[in-house]
Design a protein around this ligand. Sequence first.
Ligand SMILES: NC(=O)c1ccc[n+]([C@@H]2O[C@H](COP(=O)([O-])OP(=O)(O)OC[C@H]3O[C@@H](n4cnc5c(N)ncnc54)[C@H](O)[C@@H]3O)[C@@H](O)[C@H]2O)c1
Length: 329
Amino acid sequence: MSIKQKWLITGICGFIGCNLVRSLVQDPDLSIIGLDNLSVGNTDELSKLCTLREWTPDMPPLAQGEVALMIGDITDPAAVAQAVDGVDVVVHLAADSGVMTSLAAPLANFHSNVLGTLTVLDAIRSHPKTSFIMASTGAALGQQVPPVHEQQVARPISPYGAGKLAAEAYCFGYAGSYGLRTCILRFSNVYGPHSSQKTSVVAKFIRQMLAGETISIFGDGKQTRDFIYIEDLVEAIRIAVQTKQSGEVFHIANHKETTIDEVVTELTQLLSPHGIQPKVEYANSRAGEIVRNYVSIDKAKRVLGWSPRHTFAEGLEKTVAWFLAERKA
Ligand SMILES: NC(=O)c1ccc[n+]([C@@H]2O[C@H](COP(=O)([O-])OP(=O)(O)OC[C@H]3O[C@@H](n4cnc5c(N)ncnc54)[C@H](O)[C@@H]3O)[C@@H](O)[C@H]2O)c1
């Protein structure tokens, strides 16, 4: 019988966690345990994608299609110590993942995103064979002249970006001091299926259009983002797990600048055949938000051999199809 590689996914019940499980769960060579405090995510979405087993210390080996879920907090050293026991790979997704929530409660954001990351890293301090993949964000760099790249000096403009940068620093520090294999992936704006609980722009606009609500665009609609489709991002995580690189940071994006107005135009084209037209209002721009963003992915292409496979139009079509199917279900 082959020995399975054991993965811990923190924040498994969130948007990216669910999509990662979807891509991994039928792999017979993997055993997956999730750790989530259910502060944002819930088990509804995840249980559509796998058979969930409540984690116990003496649980029998998981069958194909099963995932063990430990409900716990990444800032709890005892829970984390149990969760990392015997794992080969940690994909660290758990976080307070919003710029706006970090502006409203910066200390709570620090607690989850900095102390929580440090708690997980420290639990694997004496396991140098364990790979640690850290979900970071372009927000760690702050306002930069695009295309954003890994050599730029980080100047975050939100508590969220600052906390992620601090967490990145601990990944470098633990790689340097304890020989941990850490790899930081800075995601741009992620969109795709299983995002019904997200407040990020694509998910929110689709939800609002389907509900016949008015879309609020903060600013003049000319601000830009670099949107990465979830399946491409999941592939980047899978490649990062296999890489021998350590103490490195990679930007994971589409290398394409898209205005918020263009998002609405593309969504209108996809939804108008279903009798849906957007109602749009423009409001004041919000503090802590970056005006212009697109990202160089040269390093991820060169070192990891990763490239996105979906254009924004292709990814958006799949995303809208998922939301429409969910509406019917
Ligand atoms: N979605 C994006 O566009 C995007 C962009 C850049 C970076 N990221 C990063 O990727 C990661 C995953 O993003 P997502 O969109 O899936 O986020 P999400 O908010 O959908 O999911 C986060 C999950 O973590 C859990 N969680 C939060 N705090 C926790 C804690 N203290 N202990 C245990 N569990 C906790 C939540 O319950 C939730 O299930 C985050 O670290 C986020 O900062 C996301």
